[in-house]
Ligand binder design. Structure first.
Ligand code: NAP
Length: 280
């Protein structure tokens, strides 16, 4: 009997903990599958997906920088992909590609359930307008914060992302603003770094004054790459959280889509924390 194959496609992808997480989900839910990781050339995303399908792959996760291409490639997109125009989870069925995006629900579950921080009525700053930011904006709006400001290095991308979400923001009675990083003003209850600045070892993309006292500062990156942002946040008096919980929670949603079984995400998150502490 052939084993069901899944993988994560990205560039870079070497740092990814997704294979470990999915292997653990499979063990804990009694599912039989193999989940690998594949480094994809920057101009090679579509052939890489087609090759994995031809090998019998059942689905894949998609990470930086291919999430927009993943949505465009799919024959069917979920409502959340239609809004984000970015996908992190592809399912292959009868030769068709179905796209979904579990990043946002993963982030919101990690902030609200795992960190115990209620987003409703808060003022949020979302840094970035790439595939990750696009995927989390809709689910953040569904948590009914008072406002969300989307700030990106390239302002037109922030404006386009906010424009796509204007109707949802109005329905949620959440104020939605956008600006370039250089025009950013004000302070916020929650600052979410969805830029790739930590991944590239770049500088913190905003001033410390963006954090209100006792704010939550969240970097979607995790592991050593997130440490600079986390240290900076603590120095400003904020509580800092990296994206490891989001990684596990978005993986749990993908696993549920693929296998029809919800894995124990909180257990796997504490196990992963222990593994990483042991490796440090
Ligand atoms: P992407 O589509 O390539 O977008 C990159 C974003 O970062 C763009 O908004 C870009 O701005 C901005 N950027 C890049 N370098 C910057 C710098 N030095 N200063 C300020 N802004 C910078 O990537 P992505 O898919 O959105 O991923 C972003 C990050 O989220 C990555 O670190 C990824 O690993 C992480 N992530 C984590 C999880 C998780 O589960 N924890 C899930 C998804 C993503 P411009 O538009 O101006 O170029």
């Amino acid at each position: 009997m052939s084993i069901d194959l899944y993988c994560v496609l990205g560039n870079p992808v070497e740092h990814s903990r997704s294979p470990w997480i999915h292997a653990r989900f499979a063990e804990l839910t009694g599912q039989t599958l193999h989940y690998g990781k594949r480094l994809v050339a920057l101009d090679g995303f579509v052939p890489a997906v087609r090759a994995f399908m031809a090998e019998g792959g059942r689905g894949c996760n998609v990470t930086v920088p291919f999430k927009f291409q993943a949505a465009a490639l799919a024959g069917h997109c979920s409502d959340r992909v239609a809004l984000a125009q970015a996908a992190n989870t592809l399912t292959f069925r009868d030769g068709a590609i179905l796209a979904d995006n579990t990043d946002g629900v993963g982030l919101v579950n990690d902030i609200q359930r795992n960190a115990g921080f209620d987003l409703s009525g808060r003022h949020l700053l979302l840094l970035g307008a790439g595939g990750a930011a696009a995927g989390v904006l809709g689910p953040l709006l569904l948590a009914r914060p008072a406002s969300i400001t989307v700030a990106n290095r390239s302002e037109p991308k922030a404006a386009a992302l906010a424009a796509r979400h204007a109707a949802l923001a109005a329905a949620q009675e959440t104020e939605l603003f956008c600006c370039g990083l250089s025009e950013l003003a004000g302070s916020f209850d929650v600052v979410i770094n969805a830029t790739a600045s930590s991944l590239g070892g770049g500088a913190i993309p905003v001033a410390g004054s963006t954090l209100k006292p006792a704010a939550l500062a969240y970097d979607l990156m995790y592991g050593s790459a997130a440490q600079g942002f986390m240290r900076w946040a603590v120095e400003q008096g904020a509580s800092a959280r990296d994206g490891l919980g989001m990684l596990v929670e978005q993986a749990a949603e993908a696993f549920l889509l693929w296998r029809g079984v919800r894995p124990p995400a909180q257990q796997v998150l504490s196990e992963l924390h222990a593994v990483l502490r042991g490796a440090a």
